[in-house]
Design a protein around this ligand. Sequence first.
Ligand code: SF4
Length: 583
Amino acid sequence: MIRDHFRVLVVDLSSGQKSIAAIDGRDKVAGGSGLAAMLFEKYGFLDRPWNDPGQPLIFAIGPLTGYFPLMSKTVCAFKSPYHDQYAESHGGGRSALSLRFADFDGLVITGRAKSGSALIVGSRHIEIKDIHYLWGTDLHVAGKTLRRMFPGAGHRTILRIGPAGERQSPMACITADTYRHFGRLGGGGVMGSKNLKSIMIHGDASFPLPEGGEYVKVFEKVHADMTSTDMMSKYHNLGTPGNVKGLNDIKSLPIRNLQATADPAVAGISGERFAEVALLRNAACAGCPVGCIHIGFQRERFQEENRYIYRQIAYDFELIFAVGSMLGIMDCFEVLKLINVAEKMGLDVISPGVALAWATEALAKGIITTKETIVPLDFGNSSVYADALQHLAYGTNEFYQFLSSGTLKAAEHYGGGDFACVLGQEMSGYATGKVFFVSQALGLRHSHLDAGGYSYDQKHEDKNVEKAVEFLVRDEQGRVLLTSMVACLFARAVYKDELLANCLNSLGYTTLADNMDQVAQHIQKLRWRTRLATGFDPAAVKIPKRFTEITTWKGNIDKKYLNNLKKEYAKRILALGKEEKKE
Ligand code: SF4
């Protein structure tokens, strides 16, 4: 529904109270990232810990969701179990469209249910249902049961957590409709702390499309750009796994805990290899004609007499890097096996992969022993990693409890911080150089998608601190506008400012369309203000020594330049947060 305010459902799991709030601010924060930060200011507590029952778990969509393709992400915001500060995580699947057709721009969940529960949301029906009997089930069992319990395939999204989330692990994700995730910074742990196994949103309302020819004209233009030009074909074709070969070729692929940045053996896990032997089909988030989700298969013999079962497992570059090259696993079916274990447990795949790579090196160096790791972690041995992922999910012993709180937490206790591949959180798969390292280490989400540092590294050889930092600040600003519209960032080449303004105008959001620059600046500052107010100090961020020991296509890492970049970017972030305070 097109409206100039936000319609937000607020549910308190402790009391069972539900209310619908009409909240102003559409022309200031648009939706998505901006709306989530605004809702955290309204409902969150800066000074209480992340697992205080009063803290909100927030989901927000944007003004174009349901009307234009690839406006298909939902922004999830919370105080993170990973660092106890404000955090954002983005997920797709059917989540955004379901929320749109349940007629809500946002969902705020506070409180803690008495026992394992599901929150069911529709346009005419809201219920908190006791499903304690599903507590303890893995993602596959929970998904299968929930799908049977709540019919409505195609119109509903089922968000759920696994054992890692129930244990409130900072590495637990929220899975959306099997193949998409609110992956990083522990959103699954927040659901666990609320005794919330699942959120089911049923998009059961319908709306008329805008009248007049303008909307149809703009829609056709967007759709044609997405489907009949080659702008999006790289995402459909090999998809992001195409990056494996590309990064390896320029010595920028993290391998075996970043002890190397290139290895000919990665041919066994390249996008081309996956497509050749393991790709079954492509899938897409609801409302997306691109279909970048690549689904492979894992085949397993379960009886002597040639009886097999097979599972469908989605893969993308980040997952291949985390449980592939980072762990020295160079066979695509072994990678799929590890992705499957991590997902079944409800773990974000990236952080555990990177954490286990550190643990493997720590074991080899004698910093820890198999008394801690239980299994003999060894680069290239997928069977031991399959076991270790389960230990990490369940927190089997003190070591795995430390490690699942973050590699640096484990390193603080056992030593080995120099070779922890942590940039704010466990690194993304780009060892492209200094600008990326600073961008992820200080970025608000500690994600490679906060700003295109990885791309800047590949295009610039100069060492101009002001220019690089200006790029990071401006690029982040453009991206927060898109994530406030909840655009999939793969569509950033299509949704340029002019087209975005046309989309907004065609739905009647004219003030927003006329002020996109100011809105983007405001959202950027608002998010930084919120993050800083929950304790983030960008000036105190350290980049571990390992990142200065590598060689990329540009040669060795210039430590002085890295430090200057970090200092200058920290200053700019602090200034952004403070400017907003003055407003
Ligand atoms: S491009 Fe991929 S991630 Fe983006 S909306 Fe489409 S299917 Fe989802």
